[in-house]
Design a protein around this ligand. Structure first.
Ligand code: AMP
Length: 211
């Protein structure tokens, strides 16, 4: 999945994971787990995330290498939030080559900055199972409680407006240029990041199965 923060990568990746029965690998969630550890590494990762900066490659790549080596990835997987810069894209190529597989699609979600900022301020996430809600467009059935697992929903501290603006700058500078690389490889499919939630499964199928 590619697209700026708040473009709907997580929602879309969860749907792809359900349709095709493959794991949804969210780098942000894996890093939030590390950030909750009371270790030097945990504190360092937490600092980068709270500022909306990319966590250093050596940490992220190590975590992804370990995650992708697990047996549930053997039948395919959907990556959400990785790679986010050139060093990570090169590392991903190496990891996939080692596994004898390659990327089949890069699904790019297209959405404007104004939508992103208003959307992230209304986003609530489940700290236990990772489900994502929008208080207006996709609210939980019970106020602030996760439909899937019953945990109390939270607003991510990096979803505050000034941090979101910085995350968008980081995206423009470091991540968007990767699209060119994947376009040259013929892998990129564009999809609107602003579809009503019940239209996403059909749109995903159309985009991924049209060759
Ligand atoms: P996300 O949940 O994907 O928006 O990611 C939240 C935060 O986690 C980002 O602002 C970064 O601080 C960190 N992060 C997530 N994915 C990566 C990555 N691939 N490389 C470096 N930092 C990342």
């Amino acid at each position: 999945m590619m697209g700026p923060p708040g473009s709907g990568k997580g929602t879309c990746a969860r749907i792809i994971s359900k349709i095709y029965g493959i794991p949804h690998i969210t780098t942000g969630d894996l890093l939030r787990e590390v950030a909750s550890e009371e270790t030097e590494r945990g504190r360092m990762v937490r600092g980068y995330m709270e500022r909306g900066e990319l966590v250093p490659d050596e940490i992220v790549i190590g975590i992804m290498e370990e995650r992708l080596s697990r047996p549930d990835c053997e039948g395919g997987f959907v990556l959400d939030g990785f790679p986010r810069n050139l060093g990570q894209a090169e590392a991903l190529d190496r990891i996939l080559e080692g596994k004898g597989v390659s990327l089949t699609h890069v699904l790019n979600l297209v959405v404007g900055d104004d939508v992103i900022i208003s959307r992230l301020s209304l986003r609530r996430s489940c700290p236990r199972c990772g489900a994502v809600y929008h208080l207006k467009n996709n609210p939980p059935r019970r106020d602030e409680v996760c439909d899937e697992c019953g945990a109390k929903l939270v607003q991510r501290s990096d979803d505050r407006e000034e941090i979101v603006r910085h995350r968008l700058e980081v995206y423009e500078e470091k991540t968007r240029p990767l699209l060119e690389r994947y376009r040259r490889a013929g892998l990129v499919r564009e999809m609107s990041g602003d579809l009503p939630i019940d239209e996403i499964p059909e749109a995903v199928r159309r985009v991924l199965e049209s060759g």
